[in-house]
Ligand binder design. Structure first.
Ligand SMILES: Cc1cc2nc3c(=O)[nH]c(=O)nc-3n(C[C@H](O)[C@H](O)[C@H](O)COP(=O)(O)OP(=O)(O)OC[C@H]3O[C@@H](n4cnc5c(N)ncnc54)[C@H](O)[C@@H]3O)c2cc1C
Ligand code: FES
Length: 310
């Protein structure tokens, strides 16, 4: 991990709301592993101290690139930056995907929207190509198809509005693929990056079909280096659970370690109460009279105190 001021080489619209930013970063580029991210300070923002995290999409010699969607003030400001301007980045950050080096593995990549960015290097560095499932709301959200096809990967597309590929969620073509047996001697391995509901669905499918799955989690981040705990998510730990930081323990987690909701707190044990001394029986001779006398005495002393203090 390095903090460097890097020069923008290119910053061009890739499609609709998506831009590709290329920076020259000779110290960082050779270190990048698939699924890692860069934490970018956008200089023109008022709150420029708050960086924005982006997956590292491609590495080429001494440059790396990001593929980002303009969703708010940070990404809008980033989209206005020009070649020759500089950015401060901390990268590469986080624990990325495990490259499936096992020849028997048939990798299935599942991407929603800009999730493609986190998966490209994995596809490029996998020794054998597999299938990539690309999903989005509409045609404009389907990215990088030509880039994955150029690596020899089969691309299957789904859009929610049916404007490109199969109509529906990206998990539909995924399910159709894994309901078929894997080719002889091969086994499926899932890798996914996209919106949290998509990741949750992929995690459930992995569990149902007993398949290994690595999911790149997307949370809001502040420091990006493990110090602020903004990004924590619940994971299984022994017989219970614990929080882990998406920025340093992830962003990629094994699906089976994730908990999607915080388990309810265990009930607070109630201390056994001390047995109370038995009350005097109401009808015991003189008991009521004794209590009344004591009450009158206490009332009297309060009246006297009231007179003294007023
Ligand atoms: C590990 C990681 C990798 C990422 N990789 C990419 C990437 O490759 N390409 C890309 O376009 N984006 C990526 N993101 C999301 C990106 O960081 C946010 O979209 C960005 O920070 C928004 O900044 P903004 O100032 O434009 O938006 P803001 O003005 O801060 O927010 C605008 C809207 O975006 C939402 N938003 C902000 N941060 C996130 C987030 N982390 N996840 C989901 N919604 C968010 C806000 O809730 C709000 O609705 C990644 C996030 C993480 C954690
Ligand atoms: S963003 Fe600060 S600990 Fe993860």
């Amino acid at each position: 991990m390095l903090e460097q001021t890097v020069e923008i080489v290119a910053n061009v619209r890739a499609a609709d709301l998506y831009f590709q930013l290329v920076v020259r970063a000779p110290g960082i580029a050779p270190l990048v592993q698939p699924g890692q991210f860069a934490h970018v300070r956008i200089p023109s923002l008022k709150a420029a101290l708050l960086r924005r995290p982006f997956s590292i999409y491609q590495v080429n010699g001494d440059t790396f690139s990001l593929l980002y969607k303009t969703v708010g003030q940070g990404t809008a400001a980033l989209a206005r930056m020009l070649p020759g301007e500089v950015l401060n980045v901390i990268a590469p950050l986080g624990r990325g995907f495990t490259v499936p080096r096992d020849d028997a593995a048939l990798p299935l990549l599942i991407a929603g929207g800009y999730g493609m960015a986190a998966l490209y290097l994995l596809a490029q560095r996998s020794p054998r190509p597999g299938i990539v499932f690309v999903g989005g709301r509409r045609r404009a959200d389907i990215l990088c198809v030509a880039e994955f096809a150029a690596l020899g990967w089969e691309v299957r597309i789904a859009t929610e509005d049916g404007s490109h590929g199969e109509k529906g969620l990206v998990t539909q073509p995924l399910l159709a693929a894994i309901r078929q047996p894997a080719p002889p001697g091969r086994h499926f391995r899932l890798f996914a990056c996209g919106p949290t509901p998509m990741l949750h669905a992929v995690g459930q499918i992995a569990q149902e079909f007993n398949l290994p799955a690595e999911l790149s989690m997307d949370t809001h981040m502040c420091c990006g280096i493990g110090a602020c705990l903004t990004c924590v998510i619940p994971v299984k730990s022994g017989d219970g659970w614990a929080y882990q930081r998406v920025c340093t323990d992830g962003p990629v987690f094994n699906a089976q370690e994730l908990l999607w909701t915080i388990p309810p707190a265990p009930p607070v044990p109630v201390a056994p109460s001390n047995p109370l001394p038995p009350l005097p029986a109401l009808d015991s001779p003189g008991s009521g009279e004794k209590r009344l006398t004591a009450d009158r005495e206490r009332q009297g002393s309060r009246d006297i105190q009231g007179e003294v203090s007023s």
